[in-house]
Design a protein around this ligand. Structure first.
Ligand SMILES: Nc1ncnc2c1ncn2[C@@H]1O[C@H](COP(=O)(O)OP(=O)(O)OP(=O)(O)O)[C@@H](O)[C@H]1O
Ligand SMILES: [Mg+2]
Length: 254
């Protein structure tokens, strides 16, 4: 995917200015930066999730495999099938484990071999062994870490290309976090992953590329988010080009 000078407004507030970066296929790209710098906003612009936010307006170019995902003839529902999302707080539906995973498959008419598809998605999310004898149990009865993996299974069930994750581990304990991080490495063999994280060690551990965002005040004193630096994760964390990145990763700021 490619972002070319993406700008996002919420009503009159110009929240993100001129963010340009690339998301490489089958790699994990991390987005880091202080609170309010626009990470979630930019992430949501990658699958038209901001369409669902009142007053949000995205301008600039977002292309997926060379195609403008904001072009008038593009169906946002189709965009979200190819570019799925996992949220910060696990949000299983009040349905059985099976029906949670089958949900998107049914909506998208992918109901041939439904049970196989559900099993594959649960295996892909490293949850199958823990739930295979209890598929009728409510998704809400699982632990937090299991619920997040259930949501990952629900997302990958419809076979997206890109999986967007907004702080997927922030509500998890260290053991569940390690599980989800290991899972990310496995998923990256099949999917392209973009993860927003506040945890810099996590960004350094899991990602190949990192985008560092920051928030600044404009001439009128209005706060806006922007992309400071995008590079190989190894470079961002060892010898960043921008002093602001250096200050952030060394903990002098944010
Ligand atoms: N739904 C919304 N309506 C209005 N303004 C919003 C909305 N979501 C975000 N904003 C504004 O856009 C700016 C960027 O917010 P965003 O949530 O993208 O930041 P973030 O980097 O994800 O922060 P955090 O690390 O706290 O999650 C902020 O000024 C925020 O107030
Ligand atoms: Mg956020």
């Amino acid at each position: 995917m490619e972002l070319d000078r993406v700008n996002v407004h919420y009503g009159a507030h110009h929240a993100v200015r001129d963010a340009s970066m690339v998301v490489r296929r089958n790699q994990i790209t991390a987005m880091i930066g202080p609170s309010g710098c626009g990470k979630s906003t930019v992430l949501r612009s990658l699958n038209r999730m901001n369409d669902l936010v009142n007053g949000a307006r995205v301008t600039g170019g977002v292309t997926y495999r060379g195609q403008d995902i904001y072009a008038p003839n593009v169906d946002p529902i189709q965009v979200r099938r190819h570019i799925g999302m996992v949220f910060q707080k696990a949000n299983p539906f009040p349905k059985s484990i099976f029906d949670n995973v089958a949900y998107g498959l049914r909506i998208n008419g992918m109901t041939d071999n439904l049970a196989d598809r559900v099993e594959q998605a649960l295996r892909g999310a490293a949850l199958w062994d823990e739930v295979k004898d209890n598929l009728k149990k409510s998704g809400l009865a699982l632990s937090g870490g299991q619920q997040q993996r259930l949501c990952i299974a629900r997302t990958i069930a419809v076979e997206p290309d890109v999986v967007l994750m907004d702080e997927p581990c922030s509500a998890l304990d260290p053991i569940a976090t390690v599980k989800v991080e290991e899972l990310m490495h496995e998923l990256a063999q099949t999917y392209t992953i973009v993860i927003v994280t506040h945890n810099m060690q996590q960004a350094a551990r899991v990602s190949k590329y990192t985008a560092f965002f920051s928030a600044d005040l404009d001439e009128a004193g209005e706060r806006y988010g922007h992309l400071v630096e995008f590079d190989d994760t190894a470079k961002i964390f060892s010898s960043p080009s921008d002093q602001r990145t250096e200050d952030y990763i060394t903990g002098r700021f944010g």
